[in-house]
Design a protein around this ligand. Structure first.
Ligand code: WT7
Length: 633
């Protein structure tokens, strides 16, 4: 692999080069670092109006040859995947690159044996078991398009996704153990399939010895499925622009969007960003705690790390089981060097008994990462001091399901870190800030809507079955740019701080306020566990601020909590940002990926109790009633 960027000067130089001549920059990297079956005619072409983008046009490849085959001669016996089960007492598993290659080929051949061909869609609804990684790669091996559905989604969400992509096969398991619970995945699939006509075959992994019904002629056990299959399977020749996978992400309106990712560009960018951001060195143990059901797992558990020849940890369980020390136990167990998680987990862990931390050393850690939402200063400080011991760079990685890979982030140990800032764009990435009127803001110090001026290899190519929606959502508000939907501030150093979704910006008396910023201020209060802030219509000011707080479990009594919080907000941001209304609630409505569903809170703050939208996909739908009653609604 090509040398990583190793100094900030070098970053600045490479960054300039990447913008001056993107074709040379990406062409050189792609040529020198991957195995291609056929070269490209053109590095990239872009039509922002029609939202048509292509990278490495005319080239052919198979991403699994890059994730597996090419490593075998050099590191066939190196561990590719370490799998840590939900139960700490259960034996963990490891797979070398040789073993992983064989497992993937077996599943690929089994898929072929039931008639799956290039271009067919295969739904994967599995817990975080090694077979999920095998299945992802097996689809890619034969050119089938995988659609991984997070194994926490309901049967309704599952059937919507299966139907939207017309999947012909579903791979699932009898049960998915997570924490104390075993989710009956096969039962959920059975229920989902009552409203799907497209599925001919369901393959069921026995993970939990859970009783489940098998439908004659449709369902087959995983062990029978792969029985006798060869451990060699030729890799299908894929055009660089052939779809690699579909992954659904929720929109601000309407049903989830099936984001389609490409083969060549996705491979190149996930590998590049993995190597640069985390500064992975041979021998490092890398652990991303996400689920493969999300883009983070696709790009930074499976494809990026394996293409880079890394050792990647897959964890089946939760941070809270059997207790809040589990992450740190696992870090010590495998001597994890690079640890990548989400702010929501960090906040939860920061709240708990320090004894969970002190029983471990975490001394192997060298780089820490965060992703998914803005990280507040308090959580950042805790992560930095308690987990990193003050000497592990924290990479605050900003990106989206749609972007395929990390776009704005420090490179560990290279880019100067600024707490709560995602800092600077990766080479090849050109962020711009736009004002309300759609005009690019030229000043360095600015705040606006975050857009991308230059295409990058791993951008999603379309929304499955609805290219018009893709154009409308990302390319119509600011013609000539990709619109992220996020707001951002840029400081005098050119560093970016993501302020939250633009729909979360509230304009109070003509002042733009980032709700994340207000939350951050409120979170600083000792008694507050988590805060969510939304705007609601106000006669005079246009909008006003409403805050919802959850309290620390064992926090002392704070008789003046509300005044203290108001003072904090005043001090941190300004009196203008002070919430007009505040409620202490037992929990905040969250999506299964841990994001606060502000949409619901916005409606409640506006006094609307009907039309809350679909709350069935919430992790904790029951809190909605509790919040209503706290608000007297
Ligand atoms: C949205 C994308 C990318 C994998 C996980 C989320 C927010 C993501 C950060 C960050 C501030 C962040 C943005 C973005 N977001 N990372 N480091 N700092 N905000 O993927 O579900 O597609 O969500 O998550 O608002 O638009 P996703």
């Amino acid at each position: 692999m090509k040398e990583q960027i190793s100094s900030f000067d070098e970053y600045q130089k490479v960054y300039q080069e990447s913008l001056n001549d993107p074709s040379k920059f990406w062409g050189d990297y792609a040529r020198e670092n991957f195995v291609w079956k056929k070269p490209w005619n053109k590095v990239y072409s872009a039509d922002f109006e029609k939202a048509k983008f292509s990278w490495f046009e005319g080239a052919a490849l198979n991403i699994t040859e890059n994730c597996l085959d090419r490593h075998l001669s050099e590191r066939g016996d190196q561990t590719a995947i370490i799998w840590e089960p939900n139960e700490p007492g259960e034996q963990h598993k490891t797979f070398t690159y040789n073993e992983l290659h064989a497992e993937v080929c077996r599943v690929a051949n089994a898929l072929k044996s039931i008639g799956v061909k290039k271009g067919d869609r295969v739904c994967l609804y599995l817990p975080m078991v090694p077979e999920l990684a095998f299945a992802v790669l097996a689809c890619a091996r034969i050119g089938a398009v995988h659609s991984v559905v997070f194994a926490g989604f309901s049967s309704k969400s599952l059937s919507d996704r299966i139907n939207d992509a017309s999947c012909s096969v579903v791979l699932t398991s009898d049960g998915g153990p997570r924490g104390e619970k075993v989710t009956p995945l096969k039962d959920i699939v059975d229920q989902a399939l009552e409203s799907c006509d497209c599925v001919d075959t369901v393959v069921v992994l026995n993970r939990a010895n859970n009783d489940c019904a098998m439908t004659e002629g449709r369902d087959i056990w995983w062990h029978d499925f792969i029985d006798g299959q060869s451990s060699k399977c030729p890799a299908e020749e894929m055009d660089s622009e052939d779809p690699l996978f579909i992954l659904y992400t929720s929109g601000s309106t309407g049903k989830p969007k099936g984001m389609v990712h490409s083969s060549g560009g996705y491979m190149v960018y996930t590998t590049y960003s993995f190597q640069q951001v985390f500064q992975y060195k041979p021998g490092d143990i890398y652990w991303c705690t996400a689920d493969i059901g999300w883009i983070t797992g696709h790009s930074y558990i499976v494809y990026g790390p394996l293409s880079a020849g890394a050792t990647t940890v897959m964890f089946e369980g939760t941070p809270a089981y059997p207790d809040m020390g589990r992450f740190w136990d696992v870090v010590d167990k495998y001597k994890v060097n690079i640890f990548y998680t989400a702010p929501t987990a960090i906040r939860a862990l920061a709240q708990c008994d320090p004894a969970h931390l002190t029983r471990t050393t975490r001394e192997s850690l060298r780089v820490l990462g965060t992703v998914g939402e803005p990280i507040n200063q308090e959580a950042w400080d805790w992560y930095n001091t308690e987990i990193g011991g003050g000497d592990c760079p924290i990479v605050d990685t900003w990106w989206q399901t749609e972007t395929g890979g990390i776009l704005i982030s420090p490179l560990a140990g290279v880019t100067p870190i600024k707490p709560t800032y995602a800092t600077l764009p990766l080479p090849g990435i050109q962020p711009v800030l736009m004002d309300e009127n759609g005009v690019e803001i030229p000043d360095m110090e600015a705040e606006g809507r975050l857009c991308m001026k230059q295409p990058w290899p791993s951008m999603a190519r379309t929304i499955y079955g609805n290219h018009q929606r893709y154009i409308n959502t990302y390319f119509s508000q600011f013609p000539g740019f990709y619109f992220t939907g996020d707001g951002s501030r840029r400081d005098s150093d050119g560093d970016y701080r993501i302020t939250g979704r633009v729909d979360d910006i509230v304009i109070v008396s003509g002042h733009n306020l980032g709700t994340a910023e207000i939350e951050d201020a409120i979170d600083e209060h000792k008694a507050v566990a988590e805060a969510a802030v939304v705007g609601y219509p106000h006669e005079v000011k246009g909008n006003s601020i409403c805050a919802f707080l959850t309290l620390e479990k064992h926090s002392e009594n704070y008789p003046n909590l509300f005044t203290e919080v108001l003072d904090l907000v005043s001090e941190t941001i300004g009196p203008i940002a002070k919430p007009e209304r505040m409620y202490i609630v037992p929990g905040l409505p969250k999506t299964r990926s841990g994001k606060i569903m502000r949409r619901i809170l916005r409606k409640l703050a506006a006094g609307e109790t009907d039309n809350l939208g679909d709350i069935s996909t919430l992790l904790n739908p029951e809190v909605v009633e509790a919040i209503k009653s706290e608000m007297g609604l």
